[in-house]
Design a protein around this ligand. Structure first.
Ligand code: HEM
Length: 79
């Protein structure tokens, strides 16, 4: 996540590999499908593995969660 390029490379169309979610082999970000994207489920609190994100902090605002969902549903473009 050190840069936008690295974050994008590690998120979009990449399968989960963490200690809790690796076994689920879910796409972290699946373009055009926010509900099928682990990253969105993790910030929305609807994940089926591990914890809600951001860990240890407060949940993201609904506005931010929606913004992430819209970005995914618009193709998760690298822009
Ligand atoms: C909005 C910010 C964040 C997002 C979008 C996010 C997203 C994610 C995602 C998608 C995974 C699953 C990765 C995989 O299994 O391949 C994950 C796992 C994890 N994240 Fe985060 N994260 C955030 C913030 C944080 C913060 C601040 C911490 C630590 C202080 C943290 C600690 C962890 C840990 C320990 C795991 C592995 C355990 C688990 O899946 O619950 N994350 N995160």
């Amino acid at each position: 996540m050190g840069s936008q390029a690295l974050a994008y490379m590690n998120l979009v169309n990449v399968t989960s590999a963490g200690p809790a979610c690796g076994v689920k082999a879910e796409p972290r970000v699946l373009p055009n499908d926010h509900a099928g994207s682990l990253m969105w489920n993790k910030v929305n609190g609807t994940q089926n593995c591990g914890s809600r994100m951001p860990l240890g902090g407060g949940a993201l605002s609904q506005e931010k969660i929606d913004l992430i969902g819209e970005w995914i549903d618009n193709g998760a473009m690298n822009d």
